[in-house]
Design a protein around this ligand. Structure first.
Ligand code: ADP
Ligand code: ZN
Ligand code: ZN
Length: 729
């Protein structure tokens, strides 16, 4: 009799012990990394075996494992270590960590092995004998010719031949269908088809040869202005890795992953590329996971969670647009895919390449302190010039639909010239608030204390915090007046305004409302590149990764919000947004202008950014962070607490404060309200612990958490831990 230590997906930071019967057919010691189904309370849960032991623990009341779900481990030794490291680093329950590391289908107990495949097998002796009998059916003869040399997976046959050809061959009893266990016959190495590379320029060459020379773990940060040819650098270094038959994992931001991205890699390397994005369903995800672990994929391009894919011969990891927020998961396990990529690269002793036109201050700091090898691309590759950024003082200026009159004239001119114009708006919907003209009452979501956003397209009002949707009110709740006014501008209203002002041009709105649905965003992007639309209006999504070569004028409606934000990362994010948006404009041989509307044109941050560019701006921000002792110079762990009863939060975070304050070397901030103070009828507060030593912070918080779990409210309020938080909402 032996027992297993199992990581069970429950919010407790420990593993659980279960008995397992001796088994003649398999060695129980090889169960590490397999899934088991175990009784937990009155439920059955699926956990991962962490360890096997035959020293029975003192408590003999152990329950038995109900079932072993895998015939071979789904997590190998390295992935097991990764899971344990994540649990430690993010102070997160280990069972939930392993849950997050596997595709949903496996979490639900679906078989991990691939099912048997159907094959066509020949049922004739001599191919030449068929040549006369199949004279009239050339296609059937072709199929038989293939079958003469090997059995053909039915799926493959269906790609090459029509249903009637296959049916014909089966009916003439020239072939039979057989089932065979899956074997990785589709090795990607055989499908590599490399197209010639571009002639790299001097800066690209320096980067390429530096990365090529890394034969072991090393991190590279490519700081390259938009359009400087970072992707070309990736392509050229990837070529060498796959020629050594090693796999490459490329992490990209959530919405940067379009069919065009994948096509660019396939054009260079052939059909060895798989894309993993949020549009895939559970079984598609499982299939990619299986193909990845069976070594059928050479290049995987994926969003955040792809960092957990098992890749048996990984040779390089690339994190493109490494500054992007979508690499950080903001709920449950709050991991940052870049941090995990660093760990994996180190563990496998392979190079890691990060690239961005606007690197995160964390990565820049690592580059300056020589932890990362810093590579710079300062010029646009294809002779395109950088767009000019201009601050427009809108104090006391006439605005139409929030846009300065003078800028509207510029819009008209660019449109007349056949160019495209891009307008960036912070908010989606029609207007961020509606209020009563008579008494000023603002229609707000009660559960969140948050003004409703008016949506004209769907004709309703929506709370952007909790998603609540209500009909547009007819009368004011406070005074019964029927006169309403909207406050502020959202994308819908700007689109409406521009349609009215420029009726002869087509406009397109790109926000999370208009791009909902599979393939919708890439359809709209294709229309833009096809010049179907001349006016592009959008939110964040427009700023990310896509190329709009015909955009010669970009307008950012309002930059002031970020200048006075309580979030210390706001200036960094503003600089990234403005620079990235600018990078969309004037890519080809067209010069671009980017206009920033502001009430504070002489604000030192804006001046620095516009005069000196992001690289300088980021360096000043870093200096400032250093002076005031903020990340990346200090490290933070955030404790967030939510409850309907404010006094519960105060009691729990008060206790947390009293506990953590005993670690005298930690700095404590709070408890204070989160940026979103209330959501879905729950109040929200946070407490931040900070230290210059990450290790000290980690250890101290680890012991503090053990104490917090003993508090009477620990299981009654919602609370979570966020290591290296990036979002204080
Ligand atoms: P980034 O990834 O930095 O935004 P890309 O790799 O997409 O830049 O390159 C921008 C444009 O410049 C693309 O059209 C690309 O084909 C072109 N390009 C990149 N490198 C070169 C080069 N060495 N010679 C000519 N054109 C290049
Ligand atoms: Zn009123
Ligand atoms: Zn709400």
């Amino acid at each position: 009799m032996c027992y297993l230590k199992v990581a069970v997906p429950v919010p407790l930071r420990k593993s659980f012990d279960y008995l397992v019967q001796p088994n003649d057919d398999r060695d129980n010691y090889k169960l590490v990394g397999c899934r088991v189904s175990v009784p937990f309370g009155n439920r059955q849960l699926i956990g991962i075996v962490l360890a096997v032991s035959d020293d029975l623990p003192p408590e003999h009341q152990l329950k038995s494992v109900s079932a072993i779900l895998d015939s071979k481990p789904i997590f190998n030794f390295q992935m097991m270590n990764l899971g344990k490291w994540i649990a430690d680093y993010y102070l997160h329950p280990i069972g939930e960590v392993f849950g997050a590391m596997m595709p949903t289908a496996l979490r639900k107990g679906v078989k991990s092995e691939r099912s048997a495949l159907k094959y066509l097998q020949r049922d004739f002796d001599d191919l030449s004998a068929l040549e006369t009998s199949l004279k009239q059916s050339k296609k059937q003869l072709q199929l038989c010719a293939l079958l003469a040399s090997h059995d053909l997976p039915l799926l493959e046959a269906k790609k090459q031949f029509s249903q009637s050809v296959i049916r014909g061959v089966l009916e003439k009893q020239l072939a039979v269908e057989v089932e065979k266990p899956y074997e990785a016959l589709l090795l990607w190495q055989r499908r590599i088809d490399i197209a010639p590379a571009l002639q790299a320029n001097v800066e690209q060459n320096i980067a390429i040869s530096a990365i090529d020379h890394a034969s072991s773990f090393q991190s590279f940060l490519i700081e390259g202005v938009t359009g400087s040819g970072k992707t070309e650098v990736y392509l050229q270094v990837i070529e060498k890795i796959i020629s050594r038959t090693k796999q490459v994992l490329i992490l990209v931001p959530e919405i940067g992953l379009t069919p065009q991205t994948v096509k660019r890699f396939e054009q260079r390397f052939g059909p060895i590329v798989a894309a993993v994005h949020s549009g895939l369903n559970d079984s598609e995800r499982l299939r990619i996971w299986q193909q990845a672990s069976d070594g059928e994929l050479g290049i995987i391009i994926g969003t955040r969670s792809s960092v957990f894919l098992p890749l048996p011969s990984l040779g390089m990891i690339i994190v493109d647009e490494e500054h992007d927020d979508s690499f950080k998961q903001q709920d449950k396990l709050k991991y940052h895919a870049r941090d995990i990529a660093v760990y994996r690269a180190r563990q496998l002793d392979i190079p890691l390449v990060m690239g961005s036109a606007t690197p995160s201050l964390e990565s820049l700091h690592n580059a300056f302190s020589k932890k990362y090898h810093h590579l710079q691309l300062t010029q646009r590759a294809a002779n395109a010039s950088m767009p000019v950024q201009i601050l427009l003082d809108i104090k006391d200026q006439a605005l139409e639909y929030g846009i300065a009159k003078g800028l509207l004239e510029k819009v008209a001119m660019q449109l007349r010239l056949g160019n495209q114009v891009l307008i960036f708006v912070h908010r989606r919907g029609y207007a961020p608030a509606i209020l009563c003209h008579k008494c000023g009452y603002v229609e707000s979501c009660q559960a969140c204390d948050n003004p409703y956003t008016l949506h004209q397209v769907t004709r309703n009002i929506q709370c952007h915090r909790c998603g609540d949707i209500q009909p547009i009110p007819r009368t004011c709740k406070a005074c019964s007046s029927t006169q309403f006014e909207t406050f502020g501008y959202g994308t819908e209203q700007i689109e409406e305004g521009l349609k009215r002002l420029f009726p002869e041009y087509s406009s397109v709105r790109i926000d999370s409302d208009s791009t909902r649905g599979k393939g919708r965003l890439s359809d709209l992007l294709a229309q833009i590149n096809n010049n179907d639309h001349q006016i592009l209006i959008g939110t964040q999504i427009l700023s990310k990764g896509h190329h709009f070569p015909n955009v010669t004028l970009a307008i950012i409606l309002n930059v002031d919000g970020s200048l006075f934000s309580a979030d210390f990362r706001a200036p960094e994010k503003l600089g990234q947004l403005i620079t990235q948006l600018s990078g969309r404009a004037g890519r080809a041989n067209k010069n671009g202008e980017v206009w920033l509307q502001t009430h504070h044109p002489s604000h030192p941050l804006l001046q620095d950014l516009v005069q000196n560019g992001f690289a300088d701006y980021a360096r000043s921000l870093l200096l400032e962070r250093k002076h005031v002792g903020l990340p990346p110079y200090e490290h933070q762990i955030l404790l967030r607490c939510e409850a309907a009863d404010l006094s519960h939060i105060e009691e729990f975070l008060g206790f947390a404060h009293a506990t953590i304050v005993q670690f005298t070397k930690l700095k404590l901030i709070g408890p204070l309200p989160c940026a979103i103070e209330k959501k879905q009828a729950r109040f929200r507060m946070m407490l931040i612990a900070q230290s210059a030593s990450r290790v000290y912070l980690q250890r101290a918080m680890q012991s503090a958490l053990d104490v917090l779990h003993t508090h009477r409210l620990a299981s009654r309020v919602r609370w979570s831990v966020d290591v290296a938080p990036s979002d204080f909402s």
